[in-house]
Design a protein around this ligand. Sequence first.
Ligand code: ATP
Length: 314
Amino acid sequence: MRLYSLLAAAKINLYLEIVGSRPDGFHELIMVMQSVSLCDRITVRSIGVDEIRVRCEHPLVPADETNLAYRAAALIKERFPAAMAQLGGVEITIEKQIPVGAGLAGGSANAAAVLVGLDLLWNLGLTQSELQELGAELGSDVPFCVSGGTAIATGRGEQLDAISGIDTLHVVIAKYEAEFVSTPWAYQTYRAEYGDTYLAGVKDWQARQAEVRSGGMVRAVAHRDAQDLAQHLCNDFEKVVLPAHPKTAALKATMAELGGLGTLMSGSGPSVFTLAESEAQAEELATKLRSALPDPDLGIWTARFASSGVQLDG
Ligand code: ATP
C-alpha cells in the first residue's frame, strides 16, 4: 500500500512529579500518563521524489523541517536510507484536532504516528520498542505516544511501564486559545522556586519511584477506583504555572466546581481537564462549563480514556 492513515492520540498526565535535576540537563520525572480519544489524523503517502513534505493547515503548526512529524521522517530516513531510496519520498498530512501548545503532547503524537506509518509504508518491520527508542531521540513524550494507553513514565518520561488503565473514564479538556505556557520557562521557574526540594541522586530517585509505584494514584488505577484516582491527581507544574496564568487558574477553579470527579492541569499546561464517569456526564460538564465561561476564546473538548497511542484509521 502507498498510503496509510493513522490516528494519533493526545495524552493527559494524571500524575506528574518533578523529582530532580539530571546530569543531561533534563528533569527526572515520575508520571502517570493516559491516552485520550482526542486525536490528530496523520496520513503518510509515498511520492515519486526523494523528499519529505509536510502539509498542515493549522496556523500554529510549521510545515517545514521544524515540525516534529518531519523530524520523525528525517530520523527514519537517516537510519534506513535504503528504504527511501528504493520506495521514494513521503508526504505527511496532519489534520489537527489536538490543541497546539496545550500540554497534550500533540506534536509528540504526530511524530509517533509518522514513525509507525513509515514503518508500515517502507516495510521496515520494527518492533514497538525499536519505534520507542527512535521516538526517544525526538522527544521525551514520543515513546509514550507510540504505545499509549496508561503508563508509569520515569526518567525524562521515556522509561515506560504500561499498566492496565480505567478505560471507562471520560474527560472534559479546556484551554484558552490565547494562553501559552513555554515548557522551558515552566521547568526553569520550577527549578528556581523548588530546586532546593530536589532529590539528589539515582538511589533517592529510585526510592521515590518505588513509593509512587505503591502509592495512591497507581493503587487507584490498579483497583479501577475512579473516585480514589481523582483524589490522587497531582501535577507539580501547577505550582508555578497557575500563579503566573490567572486565567488558567480561574478556569481550573471553575471546572473543579462543576461536579466532575476531579480537575487538573495537563503537563506544563495550559490545558485543564476534569474527569467524568460517563460520556453523558462529560457532555453535561462541557455544557455547564460553556455557560459558566461563555468566552469564545475558550476551547472545550470531550474525550474518553484510550487504550492505544497510534492506531490505523479504518
Ligand atoms: P507537550 O505536552 O509534549 O509539552 P504540547 O502539547 O505542549 O507538547 P505541541 O502541541 O506539541 O505542544 O506544540 C508545541 C510547539 O511545537 C508548537 O509551538 C508548534 O509550533 C511546534 N510543533 C512542531 N511540530 C508540531 C506538530 N506536528 N504539531 C503541533 N505542534 C508542533
